[in-house]
Structure formats: structure tokens, C-alpha cells
Write a protein that binds this ligand. Structure first.
Ligand code: NDP
Length: 471
């Protein structure tokens, strides 16, 4: 019996996705560049072994799938996807579908689609989030492609996706690069979310002098409130974990230098290219880059001994409440920015991205999953706010949260503790809600040195300032 679907790439994500597909009753043919992995995977597939067809060559893979064939690529993003697509093309027919499920840059997805000829197979760019667990038991799936292609693969995608109160977290979000773009912004928001959590951890550790398990308890409590989310939950777990070798808190033996693979950076770059402010994401990417300068930071700490003043214990309980509310406010600003970037891209590329649906399919399966996304989905359902900060549900939350965020950011600044993402969120909020900003001065400066002209508040037209005689 032939397979319903093929899958190339049995790394962490691919292997788990294949098991997920088989568990849902589909037959899946699998292929991996390194052949031993294919057989090892099949040997260890347990109860799903019968529904998995291991293949040593692409020819064998293609021959094992019932036509028209959907084939998922779950391999390293970039050049490998071009190589595999090139190798597959001559083996496939027009009705077959290549589904790139890796973290592709959406520009590559658009390029790959545009390079296909009329008789080539269809190409679908699909973002998958949820890490290893998600791939195995239900990820959030963000698809870019044609409706025809999606309709054909949606039964299996719906079956393997995460469910939020029964609703599948898989959707067609737009044509060509839309799915990979949304996945990229998902990761950008994830960067901002993680960074703000890390900043709050820093305040609790270095400002209040709390131990890792004590901070873990704080996060654990917060997970029962409005901050309830997967990231807060795992932060609490991580902080409570003990290193088996030393008996110390696990986080206390981990090098403070963060890795990054590109999606956060791409989010910041795309936001910049679209001219949409996404300062939380930018701050988070820059913070990871700063974290990587470990040896420079060690020298700098000697040159500028810390002025960090410990926070007074009397304020502790109230301040911890402010940290919770402030973190929520920062999160609202960062999500508002992420959704604004998607709205901007939607306009620019004429994708018509369904923002409420995006919030819905992020409620389960993905790394930024939370109930908070349900509130976002509702806000987009009720109207199409230009920015989430203008949605009634968020005006209320932000009014309360911004006061707490202000206290957190100012206290951190006075104590010499870095809060780049939280402070950028606060400045974004303050800038956004200021009807009369300061760019009138920027326009005057630009006109002074470059004769760029400016508009006036009181008259239509383009004007120059009275500085021609000023040199
Ligand atoms: P792994 O490193 O675990 O596996 C990489 C896979 O890619 C292997 O099957 C490897 O084959 C294959 N591969 C690498 N280079 C080539 C090549 N030149 N030609 C053919 N195959 C190649 O990666 P992951 O499973 O973590 O990631 C796969 C994709 O999913 C990536 O795009 C990643 O960004 C994305 N992703 C990862 C998430 C995660 O949490 N890990 C979450 C969401 C998306 P071989 O065994 O022969 O080396």
C-alpha cells in the first residue's frame, strides 16, 4: 500500500512530525540524506512502524507515495532546500506538492515559487512552531500557498496540528511567502517575550537578590494570572531545576551568552524595511548580540564597576506586583508591534493576512502560546484596530500596566540594571500615545542641512524654513 504523504529530513523536527502523521492514521514515506538515520528511525518507530515506509533514495520515496504526492521538506533552511527541490523536480508531476516546512526566509520562498515552470510541482511554504514537543504532539502550522494546494493537504495538517479547545491550529494565511513570513514574526515576538522575561529575572536576581528557585516560585505564581503562558510556565520550571553535577540551580551554571539562528533578526530587518516600528523585537535581537560579547563584558565590568543599588525590601511585595503588571504591559506593546508588522507586510505584498486567525492558531502548539492570544483574536474580531494599543480591551490593560512598567523601567535604570526590551516597550507606548511629537524638530534639521522641506500645521503645501541666512 502506498503512502499518503512523504517527508524528507529526519532531524529533530522531521522525525517527530513523521511520528505525529503516522499516529493520526496516515501512511508516511520518509527519506533522510544520511541513510542510516532513516533505518534507525524506522526501527525505533514502535507501534507506528507499519505506517512508515523507509526510503533510501528520492526515487524510492516518490515511487512509494500515492499520486498526486504531497512531500514535506523538514531540513536545514537555505541552500539545502534549493538542492532537494532541484533533485525532486524531475521526479515529480505538476499535481505534486513540495511543502517546505523549515524556517525559510520568506524572500526565498517567493523566489522558489517564482522559479517554477508551468509543468513543475506546486510549492507551499509552511511555518511550523512548537519545537520537538509540538512536532510530535501538535504544532501550530502557518501555511502560505494556493487555496487548491491547501485544500489538498489540509486534512493531514488539521489532524497533526495542535488544538485549542478543539479548534485546529493550522490555517492558510495567504499566498507564497505569507506562511513563512508569519512564522518569522512569530519568532520575533518570541524573542521579545523571552527577553522581557529575562530582564525581569535580572531585576529579581540582581536588584532584589532572590535565588533562582525563589524567582522560579514568583514565575510559577504569575503563571496562574494574566501572564499565563507556555514561556512563563517553562521559565518557572527552568528556574526550579537543579544541576545534577553540582547541586546548584541549573540556570546558575549556564553561560550567559544566547544563540540565535536568524528568524529574530529577519523580523527586525523586515520591520525596518516596511517602516513599521518593532522596537521590542529589535531590542531583543540586539540583547542577544550583546550577550554574545561575554569577554568584552567581563573587561567592561572592571572598567565600570556596577552602581547597582539593591532595592529596599520594604517595597518588595508591591514591586513584585509591578513587575508582573509591567511585564504584561511590555508584552502588550511587543505583540502590538508584531501584529503591526504583519499588517504592514499584508498591505505591502497584498496578502490580506487574517490577523484574528493568526492569533487563533498561535493559542496552542507554538512557543508563544497563551490565553492572551485569545484576547488578541477577539480584539481583531471586534474591529480592525490600526494597532492593538487602540483596541478597547488593551486600552484598559495598558492604562493599568503602563504605570507599573514605568516604575519597573525607572527603578531598573536607577539601579544600573539593563532592561532594553522593557524600556523600548515603554518608549514605544509613550511615543505612540503622544499626539504632538518632536519630529517637527527633525524636519527643521533636515530642511536646514538638506533643503528637504516640511509641511506646516496651519497651511497646506511644502515649505522651507527661515534659515537660509543662518549659514
Ligand atoms: P536538525 O539539525 O535536527 O536536522 C536537520 C535535517 O536537515 C537533517 O535531517 C539533515 O540530514 C537535513 N539536512 C541538512 N543539510 C542538508 C542538505 N544539504 N541536504 C539534505 N538534507 C540536509 O534540524 P531541525 O529538525 O531542528 O530543523 C529542521 C528545520 O525546521 C529547520 O529549518 C529549522 O529551522 C526548522 N524548525 C526547527 C525547530 C526546532 O525547534 N528545532 C522549530 C521550528 C522549525 P542529515 O541527517 O543527513 O544531516
Amino acid at each position: 500500500e502506498k503512502a499518503d504523504i512523504g517527508l524528507i529530513g529526519l532531524g529533530v523536527m522531521g522525525a517527530n512530525l513523521a511520528l505525529n502523521i503516522a499516529e493520526k492514521g496516515y501512511r508516511v514515506a520518509v527519506y533522510n540524506r544520511t541513510t542510516e538515520k532513516t533505518h534507525e528511525f524506522h526501527e525505533n518507530a514502535g507501534e507506528f512502524k507499519e505506517r512508515i515506509i523507509p526510503c533510501d533514495t528520492l526515487e524510492q520515496l516518490v515511487g512509494s507515495i500515492r499520486a498526486p504526492r504531497p512531500i514535506i521538506l523538514m531540513i536545514k533552511a537555505g541552500d539545502p532546500v534549493d538542492q532537494e527541490t532541484k533533485a525532486l523536480k524531475p521526479l515529480l508531476m505538476r499535481d505534486d506538492i513540495i511543502i517546505d516546512a523549515g524556517n525559510a526566509n520568506f524572500h526565498d520562498t517567493v523566489r522558489r515559487l517564482n522559479s517554477l515552470g508551468a509543468d513543475d510541482p506546486t510549492f507551499v511554504g509552511m511555518g511550523v512552531s512548537g519545537g520537538e514537543e509540538g512536532a510530535r504532539h501538535g504544532p501550530s502550522i502557518m501555511v502560505g500557498g494556493t487555496k487548491e494546494a491547501y485544500d489538498r493537504i489540509s486534512p493531514v495538517l488539521t489532524a497533526i496540528s495542535a488544538k485549542y479547545e478543539g479548534e485546529p491550529c493550522s490555517a492558510l494565511l495567504g499566498p507564497d511567502g505569507a506562511g513563512h513570513f508569519v512564522k518569522t514574526i512569530h519568532n520575533g515576538i518570541e524573542y521579545a517575550d523571552m527577553q522581557m522575561i529575562a530582564e525581569v529575572y535580572g531585576i529579581l536576581r540582581d536588584g532584589l537578590g532572590l535565588s533562582a528557585p525563589a524567582i522560579g516560585s514568583v514565575f510559577s505564581k504569575w503563571n496562574d494570572g494574566p501572564l499565563n503562558s507556555y514561556l512563563i510556565e517553562i521559565t518557572a520550571k527552568v528556574l526550579l531545576a537543579v544541576d545534577p553535577d553540582t547541586g546548584k540551580a541549573a540556570v546558575d551554571v549556564i553561560l550567559d551568552s544566547a544563540g540565535q539562528k536568524g528568524t529574530g533578526r529577519w523580523s527586525a530587518i523586515e520591520a525596518q524595511m516596511l517602516g513599521i516600528p518593532a522596537t521590542g523585537i529589535e531590542a531583543a535581537v540586539a540583547a542577544r548580540s550583546l550577550s554574545a560579547l561575554k569577554s568584552e563584558r567581563q573587561v567592561a565590568e572592571k572598567a565600570y564597576p556596577s552602581g547597582a543599588a539593591a532595592l529596599s525590601p520594604e517595597d518588595r511585595a508591591r514591586f513584585i506586583d509591578d513587575l508582573e503588571q509591567g511585564l504584561l504591559a511590555g508584552k502588550i506593546a511587543a505583540y502590538a508591534q508584531g501584529f503591526a508588522v504583519m499588517a504592514g507586510a499584508s498591505k505591502e505584498y497584498e496578502w490580506d493576512l487574517p490577523l484574528a486567525t493568526i492569533a487563533r492558531i498561535w493559542r496552542a502548539g507554538c512557543i508563544i502560546r497563551s490565553q492572551f492570544l485569545d484576547v488578541i483574536a477577539e480584539a481583531f474580531d471586534k474591529g480592525s484596530p490600526e494597532n492593538l494599543l487602540l483596541a478597547p480591551a488593551f486600552i484598559e490593560r495598558m492604562t493599568k500596566g503602563s504605570a507599573a512598567l514605568r516604575n519597573v523601567v525607572s527603578t531598573a535604570a536607577l539601579s544600573g540594571l539593563p532592561v532594553p526590551a522593557l524600556s523600548s516597550a515603554l518608549s514605544y507606548f509613550d511615543g505612540y500615545r503622544q499626539a504632538r511629537g518632536t519630529a517637527n524638530l527633525i524636519q527643521a534639521q533636515r530642511d536646514f542641512f538638506g533643503a528637504h522641506g516640511f509641511k506646516r500645521l496651519d497651511r497646506e503645501g511644502d515649505f522651507h524654513g527661515p534659515w537660509s541666512d543662518m549659514g
